[in-house]
Ligand binder design. Structure first.
Ligand SMILES: Cc1cc2nc3c(=O)[nH]c(=O)nc-3n(C[C@H](O)[C@H](O)[C@H](O)COP(=O)(O)OP(=O)(O)OC[C@H]3O[C@@H](n4cnc5c(N)ncnc54)[C@H](O)[C@@H]3O)c2cc1C
Length: 458
């Protein structure tokens, strides 16, 4: 039986995080209102508020599973609209640390769709509910609170098309899902609270993405080719078939190396990647648009969970809490995992923000370790390196070498990369033994037991 926590929940931001929050809140609140500054296009069309939507948006296996749970039949609905699905390992060519992972059935789904189609289809499902409303074309300019600021009571919004008159929208619960540009630290300070401390990994990542016409068999039966950066070669790239004889090609540079957006420069950058697959697939293909750029200076985790005080009636989700290096394709799946935490906390009644934020931090711990750990393996990336992290990176590098011929090691890795298993699963004794056997065990640190004793890797 569902129970209700109050009349009205307000979700700030109607991106993936906001939509998933609205979906789970609708089970326990009588009404849910989403606010977004954009006027929403039909599914499949780009919009201003999500500029990253022009770039490849891989949905990891765990994200696909959760979306399917929250919206039964969504995968089939997306496929009916042109999206492609396959196996996360059997149909994906992963080049990591200079090794091509052995392709085998992992039992996990990779769903290949453009972000506007994915988001638009989810949006249609959420707004198909009678208890969820979207107010589009409104800027969120702040929070409202009780006179003692102990409880947030709603948000102040301003119509983009009218005379700039502010309107206060009252709610029993407010969830900030305004993404990377969230102003929540500032809004909290205005209410007399501290801004959260932040963890940062400086990667100065640059993207360039272009769509090409490619037939469904252009990648030899694969749906995705991933060319990851290595210590020696910081450039990377990705090609993903997205249906309708279209592929998105994203090229990445770091630390000031920027993939060009002129057609010749784009192709030359693709040719410079250590593996030729991406360049070969596009060199004679028909481009469907011009390359578009994106800059992502750093991964940032706002540690709201470390604040001593938070007002009641206020939660935060998605990129507003943690924005991860997009190369690992975690953001939407992490938002899905966070929506499950939100569901648990609102089921139990009026949620306690600090308890919610603690549980959110537990969910974020694994993805953050994967993203920051892999980035800190690369020279020049800014962030705090630890001995445990260094050992772990050497181990993962050996794991990739083993996974070039060992299907089980490859499957174990993609289960973690797909957020289905926690990172600690890579350290189970049977797998460690295979890795050490598979690549020679000359590394004394690995054999000394440091990994097994590490409290930081669970
Ligand atoms: C280049 C790039 C590539 C990426 N690739 C992947 C990938 O392959 N796989 C993956 O899972 N993730 C990827 N991500 C991450 C993913 O885009 C985000 O993690 C995800 O969109 C987070 O959702 P969100 O709802 O928190 O934020 P968003 O989806 O960004 O949504 C925020 C929403 O809030 C609205 N908004 C913001 N401020 C206001 C305001 N003041 N008033 C009104 N409305 C406001 C915006 O219009 C927007 O609709 C990528 C990110 C980037 C930058």
């Amino acid at each position: 039986m569902t129970r209700t926590n109050g009349d009205h929940a307000l979700v700030l931001g109607g991106g993936i995080g906001g939509l998933l929050a609205a979906r789970v809140l609708a089970d326990t609140y009588d009404r849910v209102t989403l606010i977004d500054r954009d006027r929403m296009p039909v599914p499949g069309e780009h919009r201003r508020g999500v500029p990253q939507g022009r770039h490849v948006h891989g949905l990891l296996a765990r994200g696909q599973q959760i979306l399917e749970e929250l919206f039964p039949g969504l995968t089939a609905e997306l496929i009916a609209q042109g999206a492609l699905a396959g196996d996360l390992l059997a149909n994906c060519r992963w080049y990591l640390n200079g090794h091509r992972l052995r392709q085998t059935d992992s039992g996990l789904t990779v769903l290949c769709a453009r972000r506007p189609l994915l988001e638009g289809t989810v949006r249609a499902r959420v707004l198909g509910r009678a208890d969820v409303t979207l107010r589009e074309g409104y800027d969120i300019v702040g929070l409202t609170a009780t006179p003692d600021s102990r409880r947030v009571t709603g948000a102040r919004i301003m119509g983009r098309s009218d005379d700039g008159t502010a309107e206060d929208v009252a709610a029993d619960l407010v969830v900030d899902a305004t993404g990377r540009g969230s102003r929540l630290p500032h809004w909290l300070e205005r209410l007399g609270y501290d801004a959260p401390p932040e963890e940062r990994i400086g990667i100065r990542l640059a993207y360039a993405t272009r769509a090409y016409r490619l037939s469904a068999d252009a990648l030899g039966g694969d749906l995705v080719v991933i060319n990851g950066a290595t210590r020696e070669q910081l450039r990377g790239g990705l090609v993903q078939l997205v249906g309708g004889e279209t592929a998105l090609v994203t090229l990445t540079g770091r630390l000031g190396d920027v993939p060009p957006v002129d057609p010749d420069g784009f192709l030359a950058f693709a040719r410079s990647l250590p593996f030729p697959d991406i360049h070969r697939s596009i060199r004679d293909a028909e481009p469907l648009d011009d390359p578009v750029p994106f800059r992502f200076p750093e991964s940032v985790w706002r540690r709201y969970d470390r604040l001593r005080r938070m007002p009641a009636g206020l939660l935060v989700i998605g990129d507003a809490v943690c924005r991860l290096n997009p190369q690992y394709a975690q953001g939407m799946s992490v938002a899905a995992l966070e929506a499950l935490v939100l569901r648990e906390h609102v089921r139990a009644g009026d949620p306690d923000p600090r308890g919610f934020l603690r549980d959110l931090a537990r969910v974020l711990d694994g993805p953050w370790k994967i993203s920051s750990g892999a980035d800190l393996a690369l020279p020049g990336v800014e962030g705090r390196r630890t001995p445990v992290g260094r050992v772990m990176n050497r181990y993962v590098s050996r794991l990739h070498a083993t996974a070039a011929s060992d299907a089980e090691a490859a499957a174990s890795f993609v289960r973690v990369a797909g957020l289905v298993d926690p990172p600690g699963r890579l350290l189970r004794p049977a797998l460690v033994a295979r890795v050490l056997r598979g690549t020679g065990s000359s590394d004394g640190v690995l054999r000394s037991g440091v990994i097994g004793e590490s409290p930081a890797i669970r």
